[in-house]
Write a protein that binds this ligand. Structure first.
Ligand SMILES: [Fe+2]
Length: 205
Protein backbone atom coordinates (compact mmCIF):
# COMPACT_ATOMS: atom_id res chain seq x y z
CA UNK A 1 0.00 0.00 0.00
CA UNK A 2 2.93 2.36 0.47
CA UNK A 3 3.40 2.35 -3.31
CA UNK A 4 -0.24 3.27 -3.81
CA UNK A 5 -0.05 6.33 -1.57
CA UNK A 6 3.40 7.29 -2.84
CA UNK A 7 1.91 7.33 -6.33
CA UNK A 8 -0.90 9.56 -5.10
CA UNK A 9 1.39 12.05 -3.32
CA UNK A 10 3.89 12.17 -6.18
CA UNK A 11 1.78 11.93 -9.34
CA UNK A 12 -1.39 13.66 -8.14
CA UNK A 13 -0.06 16.14 -5.59
CA UNK A 14 3.41 16.82 -7.01
CA UNK A 15 5.60 15.66 -4.09
CA UNK A 16 9.11 14.32 -4.53
CA UNK A 17 10.44 11.05 -3.13
CA UNK A 18 13.53 12.02 -1.11
CA UNK A 19 14.20 8.87 0.89
CA UNK A 20 13.22 5.25 0.46
CA UNK A 21 14.00 2.55 3.03
CA UNK A 22 12.15 -0.69 2.35
CA UNK A 23 13.15 -2.28 5.65
CA UNK A 24 14.50 -0.07 8.42
CA UNK A 25 15.47 -3.01 10.67
CA UNK A 26 16.20 -6.04 8.48
CA UNK A 27 17.88 -7.90 11.34
CA UNK A 28 15.10 -7.39 13.88
CA UNK A 29 13.36 -10.76 14.33
CA UNK A 30 10.29 -9.09 15.89
CA UNK A 31 9.13 -6.40 13.50
CA UNK A 32 10.25 -3.58 11.27
CA UNK A 33 8.82 -1.00 8.93
CA UNK A 34 9.06 0.37 5.45
CA UNK A 35 9.55 4.15 5.26
CA UNK A 36 9.35 6.54 2.33
CA UNK A 37 9.71 10.33 2.61
CA UNK A 38 7.85 12.64 0.26
CA UNK A 39 8.91 16.26 0.19
CA UNK A 40 6.60 19.18 -0.58
CA UNK A 41 9.27 21.80 0.27
CA UNK A 42 7.29 23.61 2.96
CA UNK A 43 6.29 20.33 4.60
CA UNK A 44 6.87 16.63 4.19
CA UNK A 45 4.97 13.38 4.48
CA UNK A 46 6.54 10.20 5.79
CA UNK A 47 4.72 7.10 4.68
CA UNK A 48 5.30 4.10 6.90
CA UNK A 49 4.15 0.55 6.57
CA UNK A 50 4.52 -2.16 9.22
CA UNK A 51 6.59 -5.27 8.64
CA UNK A 52 5.35 -7.99 10.97
CA UNK A 53 7.61 -10.88 11.91
CA UNK A 54 7.44 -12.66 15.27
CA UNK A 55 5.43 -9.72 16.58
CA UNK A 56 2.99 -7.30 15.04
CA UNK A 57 4.58 -3.94 14.33
CA UNK A 58 2.93 -1.06 16.20
CA UNK A 59 2.66 0.50 12.74
CA UNK A 60 0.43 -2.36 11.55
CA UNK A 61 -1.58 -2.22 14.78
CA UNK A 62 -2.14 1.53 14.33
CA UNK A 63 -3.26 1.10 10.70
CA UNK A 64 -5.61 -1.75 11.54
CA UNK A 65 -7.23 0.40 14.20
CA UNK A 66 -7.44 3.72 12.34
CA UNK A 67 -7.50 2.72 8.68
CA UNK A 68 -5.34 3.05 5.63
CA UNK A 69 -3.35 6.31 5.50
CA UNK A 70 -4.34 7.48 8.96
CA UNK A 71 -2.07 10.08 10.56
CA UNK A 72 -0.04 8.86 13.53
CA UNK A 73 1.80 12.06 14.39
CA UNK A 74 2.59 15.56 13.20
CA UNK A 75 5.94 17.16 14.01
CA UNK A 76 6.13 20.76 15.21
CA UNK A 77 9.30 22.71 14.50
CA UNK A 78 10.78 24.67 17.40
CA UNK A 79 13.37 27.44 17.33
CA UNK A 80 15.26 25.77 20.17
CA UNK A 81 14.23 22.29 21.23
CA UNK A 82 15.91 22.39 24.66
CA UNK A 83 14.14 25.64 25.56
CA UNK A 84 10.83 24.24 24.38
CA UNK A 85 11.32 21.02 26.34
CA UNK A 86 12.23 22.94 29.52
CA UNK A 87 9.13 25.07 29.10
CA UNK A 88 6.89 22.07 28.34
CA UNK A 89 8.15 20.03 31.30
CA UNK A 90 7.64 23.01 33.62
CA UNK A 91 3.97 22.94 32.55
CA UNK A 92 3.64 19.20 33.28
CA UNK A 93 3.99 17.83 29.74
CA UNK A 94 4.97 14.15 29.59
CA UNK A 95 7.52 13.35 26.91
CA UNK A 96 8.52 9.91 25.76
CA UNK A 97 12.18 9.76 26.74
CA UNK A 98 15.04 12.08 25.86
CA UNK A 99 15.63 13.91 22.61
CA UNK A 100 17.77 12.30 19.95
CA UNK A 101 19.67 13.59 16.95
CA UNK A 102 18.74 12.03 13.66
CA UNK A 103 18.33 12.43 9.92
CA UNK A 104 14.78 11.87 8.77
CA UNK A 105 15.07 12.13 5.01
CA UNK A 106 14.45 15.88 5.09
CA UNK A 107 17.79 16.62 6.79
CA UNK A 108 19.44 16.63 10.21
CA UNK A 109 17.29 17.33 13.20
CA UNK A 110 16.84 16.89 16.89
CA UNK A 111 13.55 15.30 17.81
CA UNK A 112 11.46 13.83 20.54
CA UNK A 113 7.96 12.46 20.93
CA UNK A 114 5.29 13.43 23.41
CA UNK A 115 3.15 10.77 25.05
CA UNK A 116 -0.28 10.00 23.62
CA UNK A 117 -3.03 12.61 23.46
CA UNK A 118 -5.43 10.38 25.35
CA UNK A 119 -5.27 7.38 27.61
CA UNK A 120 -5.08 4.45 25.26
CA UNK A 121 -2.73 1.71 24.17
CA UNK A 122 0.43 3.65 23.25
CA UNK A 123 0.71 1.89 19.89
CA UNK A 124 -2.78 3.04 18.88
CA UNK A 125 -2.80 6.64 20.08
CA UNK A 126 -1.74 9.77 18.18
CA UNK A 127 0.93 11.98 19.73
CA UNK A 128 3.00 15.08 18.89
CA UNK A 129 6.62 15.19 17.85
CA UNK A 130 8.83 18.23 18.50
CA UNK A 131 11.88 18.89 16.36
CA UNK A 132 14.61 21.43 15.77
CA UNK A 133 16.35 21.73 12.42
CA UNK A 134 19.56 23.70 11.81
CA UNK A 135 18.70 27.30 10.92
CA UNK A 136 20.43 28.98 8.02
CA UNK A 137 23.88 30.15 9.03
CA UNK A 138 23.54 28.83 12.59
CA UNK A 139 24.87 25.65 14.07
CA UNK A 140 22.67 23.34 16.05
CA UNK A 141 23.98 21.80 19.24
CA UNK A 142 23.85 18.06 18.77
CA UNK A 143 25.24 16.89 22.10
CA UNK A 144 22.38 14.44 22.44
CA UNK A 145 22.36 10.71 21.64
CA UNK A 146 22.09 9.49 18.07
CA UNK A 147 18.79 7.95 17.03
CA UNK A 148 19.64 4.44 15.91
CA UNK A 149 16.52 4.20 13.79
CA UNK A 150 14.83 2.14 16.43
CA UNK A 151 14.67 4.20 19.56
CA UNK A 152 11.40 6.09 19.29
CA UNK A 153 9.27 3.35 17.83
CA UNK A 154 10.82 0.92 20.28
CA UNK A 155 9.78 3.21 23.12
CA UNK A 156 6.19 3.14 21.89
CA UNK A 157 6.27 -0.64 21.60
CA UNK A 158 7.77 -0.88 25.10
CA UNK A 159 4.95 1.32 26.41
CA UNK A 160 2.38 -0.89 24.71
CA UNK A 161 4.00 -4.05 26.09
CA UNK A 162 4.13 -2.68 29.64
CA UNK A 163 0.58 -1.30 29.53
CA UNK A 164 1.78 2.29 29.97
CA UNK A 165 -1.15 4.48 28.89
CA UNK A 166 0.03 7.70 30.57
CA UNK A 167 -0.83 10.78 28.55
CA UNK A 168 0.84 13.91 27.21
CA UNK A 169 -0.80 16.36 29.56
CA UNK A 170 -2.90 16.36 32.71
CA UNK A 171 -5.54 19.02 32.13
CA UNK A 172 -6.10 19.44 35.87
CA UNK A 173 -2.96 21.62 35.55
CA UNK A 174 -4.82 24.02 33.24
CA UNK A 175 -5.87 27.17 35.14
CA UNK A 176 -9.63 27.26 35.63
CA UNK A 177 -9.98 30.80 34.33
CA UNK A 178 -7.67 30.34 31.34
CA UNK A 179 -8.73 32.08 28.12
CA UNK A 180 -6.81 32.59 24.88
CA UNK A 181 -4.77 35.78 24.59
CA UNK A 182 -4.04 36.18 28.30
CA UNK A 183 -0.46 34.94 28.07
CA UNK A 184 1.90 33.58 25.47
CA UNK A 185 4.51 31.00 26.38
CA UNK A 186 8.13 32.17 26.07
CA UNK A 187 9.03 29.27 23.74
CA UNK A 188 6.38 27.77 21.61
CA UNK A 189 6.39 25.22 18.88
CA UNK A 190 5.81 26.95 15.58
CA UNK A 191 5.10 25.48 12.19
CA UNK A 192 4.23 21.90 11.56
CA UNK A 193 7.11 20.49 9.60
CA UNK A 194 6.44 16.86 9.05
CA UNK A 195 3.27 14.93 8.79
CA UNK A 196 3.64 11.26 9.36
CA UNK A 197 0.95 9.13 7.98
CA UNK A 198 0.08 5.59 8.27
CA UNK A 199 -1.26 3.24 5.77
CA UNK A 200 -2.14 -0.28 5.97
CA UNK A 201 -1.94 -3.69 4.49
CA UNK A 202 1.48 -3.89 3.33
CA UNK A 203 0.77 -0.94 5.22
CA UNK A 204 2.34 2.14 6.19
CA UNK A 205 1.33 3.45 9.47
FE1 LIG B 1 8.20 12.08 12.84
Amino acid sequence: MIEKWAWYHIEIEGGKLTKRVDDVRPDDPDSSMKLWCIDFESFGVVLVEGIDRKKKSQVSAFAECHGDHSVQHIAFDTTNLEDFVTHAISKGVNLRGQQLVSNDGFGDLKQLFGKGYSEQNAALMSFPEYVERPKQGASMSTSVPQNTGKNFYQRIEDARNSGDTSTLIDFSLMPENWAPGKSLPPQRASTASTTHTSEETAEPA
